[in-house]
Ligand binder design. Structure first.
Ligand code: ADP
Length: 402
């Protein structure tokens, strides 16, 4: 246990933030840069094993490259007197667990805003071939403006290999584990995070987890995770829309192949819904296309977040997660609007104006026969434009219905 004011290399300890599965976490300051940091002391019982330390260091190197506004950055891994410390970005605020405990269910729109930030961060990490494996409300910190920071990326994997943690707790609270993480923990892929986030989303919306946890037996909970159907969250809190419940159930499908394939798909479904005529279980599932990690494409450099339209963003650029699962329920008609304007209004309109102005000139010159001919042509162009516009409009309308 570090005392207030103690120094860990260039970092000064300010106060104890809490004790987790791997050791204590302190708030501190970087004396050189004058910024707040979080200092996580790894319990010596974990770091006695040198192969563990090596794997931990490798994992930390990968994690240090994961730069995203919704992911707590890892600044350094330092050793002092045989104890290893992770120096991380300090995330001020409250954990999602504390918020749910104090306020109960989070209103749907706010819950979706929080969820979307987590999905964005996870999509980015998954594109970098990093799975969190321990998504749960205590690993999500929200500031006063509801900005999300996710803690502990990638750590669960190597600590999980050790089985029990220093404090004797299981790594990855079983309640938030996916069925496949319980059955075949070494074979999980990124979809395990989507399931764990589904349990977290259920808790945000209803104020409670979808299992019966009035038991001390991890085995009983694991059995429920693997075998019991997920209840409708509206049993506990009724003000949740059908669309959100449908998305939630699909995140929580026990079969990873029937779950959403990527976090982008979840965001699409939250926006546009899951069309009822499309049964996801019948649709052949695209396997997740693992990309070459972005930092390998960007040798040696850090992996910057590229904004909401960039590699880590919602509509990511270079990453192609496969075909979009859901067609939007409406379209903007932009193509039809442009076509109607060009072919009907513009050409027809210009021709009408040309002939009408010719008719005006002939009228002014007293040339009645020519004026009549030009006016007749102007009328024809107005009529043709009108009917073409009407027909194209009807075709566009009908094609949108089908
Ligand atoms: P656990 O292993 O249970 O997930 P942690 O060891 O990650 O717990 O964290 C213990 C406590 O420290 C928690 O209350 C957590 O909110 C807090 N904490 C961890 N990392 C940070 C951070 N980067 N910024 C602020 N608080 C943090």
């Amino acid at each position: 246990m570090l005392a207030e004011g103690a120094m860990v290399q260039g970092y000064k300890v300010l106060s104890l933030l809490g004790k987790g599965g791997m050791g204590e976490v302190y708030k501190g300051t970087d004396e050189q840069l004058g910024r707040e940091v979080a200092i996580k002391a790894l319990s010596p019982s974990l770091t006695q094993d040198s192969s563990f330390v090596n794997r931990f260091r490798k994992e930390a190197q990968v994690q240090a490259k994961l730069i995203h506004p919704n992911i707590v950055s890892l600044f350094a891994l330092v050793e002092e007197f045989g104890t290893y410390y992770m120096i991380m970005e300090y995330a001020g605020g409250r954990t999602l667990r504390e918020i749910i405990r104090s306020t109960g269910p989070i209103p749907e729109q706010r819950a979706i805003q929080i969820l979307t930030q987590i999905l964005n961060a996870l999509q980015f990490a998954h594109e970098c071939s990093i799975i969190h494996r321990d998504i749960k409300p205590t690993n999500i910190i929200l500031d006063t403006n509801d900005r999300v920071k996710i803690l502990d990326f990638g750590i669960a994997k190597i600590v999980g290999e050790k089985g029990m943690t220093a404090t004797g707790q299981n790594v990855g609270t079983v309640i938030y584990m996916s069925p496949e993480q319980i059955k075949t923990p070494r074979e999980v892929d990124h979809r395990t995070d989507i399931y764990s986030l589904g349990v977290t989303f259920f808790e945000m919306l209803s104020g409670r987890v979808p299992y019966n946890i009035n038991t001390d037996s991890d085995f009983a909970i694991m059995n429920e995770v693997v075998n019991q159907p997920i209840p409708d969250p509206r049993q506990y809190y009724p003000h949740i829309s059908d669309q959100t419940v449908a998305v939630l159930f699909r995140m929580l499908d026990k079969n990873p192949a029937a779950r959403f394939g990527t976090c982008s798909e979840v965001m699409d479904a939250l926006r546009y819904g899951i069309p009822s005529h499309q049964d996801p279980r019948q649709r052949p599932k695209q396997p997740y296309q693992q990309q070459q990690p972005a930092w390998e494409q960007n040798q040696g450099g850090q992996l910057p977040y590229q904004g909401p339209q960039g590699a880590g963003g919602y509509q990511s650029g270079p990453y192609q997660p496969g075909p979009s699962i859901d067609r939007p329920p409406f379209k903007s008609f932009m193509t039809e609007a442009i076509l109607v304007t060009i072919f009907c209004c513009l050409i027809g309109g210009i021709m009408s104006i040309v002939y009408a102005s010719q008719a005006n000139s002939h009228l002014a010159a007293g040339n009645m026969d020519q004026a009549r001919i030009s006016a007749g042509k102007a009328k024809q162009w107005v009529t043709v434009s009108f009917w073409i516009g009407l027909v194209v409009g009807i075709i566009a309308f009908l094609s949108n219905l089908s």
